[in-house]
Design a protein around this ligand. Structure first.
Ligand code: GLC
Length: 410
């Protein structure tokens, strides 16, 4: 079996590593998630009125891109149009159901792209394929597909080079002919370097699709290692996840990931070479809420310590007990050590005794040095002739807790 080699665009995508997903639309004004129209059975005529109060008054794309940068994220994927059918971009006459025809009166996708460019963040466009607004979606599917194709043409023509297009909704009509080949040919013609994703949804995580697709999706689920042997093309993987329980903002959703869990999920993705696309739902007026802002910044501080290996490290096969794993980068091996206790005085810290030595088999090279990446402290180790490598990881020193602590081995 031969192992396919990634195309340059796919290799670049994998190095983006960590991105921000943004869900924003008319639904954001209701604060009950992006499926609210469907779930509460709100008639279109009623729902469409939300356009008249959509102001985007506090949408500051530069501030969002800057936050993404501080958070260690390298790309942002914005819902340019979600299932509700409302477009954040100027549809240039295709429909009146867009931001230009709302009180916002601005092309919000143009602003988004401009903000991203300022901070060297790669813009991606989420675009729905399922549409609750267009009659043609139900009544004249071919006409609808023409409309979809024209919509994507607009996105590929007016906003400079984009990182990729991220489709979502084909799972809603599994037996339909979506004319995917035509849609992707439109993209390849206008944006040859764009990554193409088409979300396979909650029930088919990691499923392969049309050969033009560049990455599989793991929606709300930790990615499995990809079995690429014998594949005609190297395909990347991306896990997308909500920070709470909704993609669109939920005023009464208190069920948030902590910075700890975000770090764990990011590491679980990089362990198998997958990207992590973490979602925030913007407020009605277009801002990232406070908790999300703070949590992202906090994780960004952890990423800064390990930036090079997080973005560029490749999975490296070792065997270890528990969740520990390794990445490789330029001949260095990085060991990701989980569940270290907290060191310090027994009267003030718990789990003080968790000073477990960690053992890895599979490290092919003769190890010369082993150190913590966060403080460069050298660690004593042993490596026997079978290649079994052991070091005493000890507890997190009093005054710190890295959640996952990274040891660099060379
Ligand atoms: C699902 C949902 C959608 C969300 C998407 C993100 O397909 O329908 O609301 O945007 O997942 O992955």
């Amino acid at each position: 079996m031969t192992m396919p080699v990634p195309l340059p665009r796919i290799e670049r995508f994998e190095k983006l590593a960590y991105g921000m997903f943004i869900h924003w639309g008319l639904y954001s004004q209701l604060g009950r998630g992006e499926w609210v129209k469907h779930i509460e059975n709100i008639p279109i005529s009623e729902y469409a009125k939300l356009k008249n109060t959509f102001t985007a008054a506090k949408f500051d794309a530069k501030a969002i891109a800057r936050l993404a940068k501080d958070a260690g994220m390298r790309y942002i994927c914005l819902t340019t149009r979600h299932h509700e059918g409302f477009s954040l971009y100027d549809t240039r006459g295709l429909t009146n159901f867009d931001a230009m025809h709302s009180p916002a009166g601005r092309d919000l996708v143009a602003e988004f792209v401009e903000g991203c460019r300022m901070y060297d963040i790669v813009p991606f466009f989420y675009h729905t394929t399922l549409d609750w607004y267009q009659d043609s979606f139900k009544n004249d599917f071919n006409a609808y597909l023409d409309y979809l194709n024209q919509s994507v043409e607009i996105l590929c023509t007016h906003y400079g080079t984009v990182g990729g297009l991220w489709f979502d909704g084909n799972w809603s009509k599994p037996d339909a002919d979506w004319k995917e080949a035509r849609l992707y040919a439109t993209i390849r013609k206008l944006q040859p370097e764009a990554i193409i994703v088409n979300n396979t949804g909650l029930f088919a995580q990691g499923a392969l699709g049309n050969p033009e697709i560049d990455s599989v999706t793991f929606e709300q689920g930790r990615p499995e290692p990809m079995k690429r042997d014998g594949m005609p093309k190297y395909i990347a993987a991306e896990m997308c996840q909500t920070m709470n329980k909704h993609w669109g903002i939920g005023a009464n959703d208190f069920c948030y990931l902590s910075p700890k869990e975000i770090i764990e999920n990011l590491c679980a993705c990089r362990k198998v070479g997958a990207n992590f696309l973490l979602n925030v739902g913007l407020t009605a007026e277009g801002q990232i809420p406070e908790y999300e802002t703070a949590a992202l910044r906090r994780v960004g501080q952890w990423i800064k310590i390990h930036a090079d290996v997080i973005y560029n490290g490749k999975p490296y096969k070792v065997t270890s007990a528990g969740q520990d794993f390794a990445l490789e980068r330029n001949g260095h091996i990085y060991l990701f050590i989980h569940n270290l206790g907290s060191g310090g005085d027994v009267n003030v810290t718990i789990n003080e005794r968790d000073k477990s030595p960690r053992a890895f088999s599979g490290i092919a090279q003769q190890v010369k040095s082993c150190k913590w990446m966060d403080n460069n402290q050298q660690l004593s180790f042993t490596q026997n002739s079978d290649g079994l490598f052991c070091f005493n990881a000890a507890a997190n020193p009093y005054g710190s807790n890295f959640v996952i602590r990274v040891a660099g081995v060379v």
